[in-house]
Design a protein around this ligand. Structure first.
Ligand SMILES: [Zn+2]
Length: 366
């Protein structure tokens, strides 16, 4: 009897050791396979050769008085083993679930994905290139509001109220009533800043004026109701037409290539006298008029592409800016930033600049 009770305690000790090993395996990264739990079950509680079953079989050799306490001890062991194995099975499944969740979770030790970085808009890149070319020639950048008075946008620039030149630059009126300084509109060019600058500072004046401008144009590949201009103004004593040509020739060589040539053709703008259309030798065919054995399309085979208007500042404009035309003279020029972008990057359709298509904007512009 004492032998059997000692044997029950010995079996309990062995079981607790095996249980401890199994529990450690269940919480390890590899886990405890269900087949191992079943094996423990068979080994301890199996109907044929289970350890507890064999202990129960040993009761037969005991006397009647000894059977009851020995049977109670074996049953306690049996109940404890059953409860412990049931608990082990639950723990094993719980650890298995945790391992699966961890496999799906974010690994915080991995290096982060690179964030998407924005770029400068191509028109901003072109504006900066033009500004920096003129900055190297001694020009400063001046800016002004997009809503202007009729007087600053037209009259001060020598467009009288009924002048036919106004039709070419019809615009949007913000405050239609009244005339002159009371009538507000979206500026049709950045030229009002010329007047603003002349009224605010004495010559010498050397400025370039970038900005957004508006006209009542329908949208097509070459027109938009909103586009971008870069104007320039020089006013000083003794400024001549030769200075105008030299400045624009230097600018064209800086912006395009050192071989770029310029050509002047006569034209009319109300705020200059005389006025010229300025063309540069075609950047697509190097001025030859032919590309890949065919007529160069951007310049229609002429070898020249018009990029801006220019001229000597009209005496009326100088007077409206508070500058004496007997003492001072000046020249002005203006170009479309969007058009320069076409020449630099070959972007043939103005609409691409405004549609915000990432496939277009994501290109490297420099
Ligand atoms: Zn060409």
């Amino acid at each position: 009897m004492a032998d059997l009770l000692a044997s029950v305690e010995e079996k309990r000790r062995v079981f607790l050791e095996e249980l401890k090993t199994a529990e450690e395996k269940a919480s390890s990264p590899t886990g405890l396979p269900p087949v191992d739990v079943r094996a423990l079950h068979v080994r301890w509680l199996g109907q044929k050769q289970g350890v507890v079953t064999e202990l129960l079989a040993g009761l037969r050799t005991l006397s009647k008085e000894d059977k009851a306490p020995a049977g109670a001890a074996i049953n306690r062991l049996k109940n404890d083993v059953e409860a412990a194995l049931s608990s082990l099975e639950e723990k094993s499944l719980l650890f298995e679930r945790l391992r699966k969740q961890q496999a799906l979770a974010v690994d915080v030790t991995l290096p982060p994905r690179a964030p998407r970085v924005g770029r400068l808009h191509p028109l901003t890149v072109v504006r900066r290139r033009i500004e920096s070319a003129f900055a190297s020639l001694g020009y400063e950048v001046a800016e002004g509001p997009e809503v202007e008075s009729d007087w600053l946008n037209f009259e001060a620039l020598n467009f009288p109220p009924d002048h036919p030149a106004r039709d070419a630059v019809d615009t949007f009126f913000v405050k239609g009533g009244g005339e002159g300084k009371d009538r507000l509109l979206l500026r049709t060019h950045t030229s009002p800043v010329q007047i603003r600058t002349m009224l605010a500072q004495k010559p010498p004046i050397r400025i370039v004026i970038p900005g957004r401008v508006y006209r009542k144009d329908d949208i097509d590949p070459r027109h938009s109701p909103v586009f971008h201009q870069m104007e320039g103004l020089t006013v000083d004593e003794g400024v001549t037409f030769a200075n105008l040509k030299g400045t624009l020739a230097a600018f064209s060589r800086l912006l395009f290539t050192p071989e770029t040539k310029i050509r002047f053709g006569p034209t009319f703008f109300p705020f200059v006298e005389p006025g010229v259309d300025v063309a540069v030798s075609c950047v697509f065919c190097s001025g030859t008029g032919a590309a890949d054995g065919a007529t160069c399309r951007p310049c229609s085979g002429s070898g020249w592409i018009e990029i801006m208007g220019a001229g000597m500042v009209h005496p009326n404009v100088l007077r409206n800016g508070g500058i004496d035309p007997e003492k001072y003279s000046g020249f002005a020029f203006g170009m479309g930033i969007d058009r320069i972008a076409f020449l630099l990057y070959g972007v043939p359709d103005l609409r691409l600049f405004f549609e915000n298509d990432v496939r277009f904007l994501d290109r490297v512009w420099s």
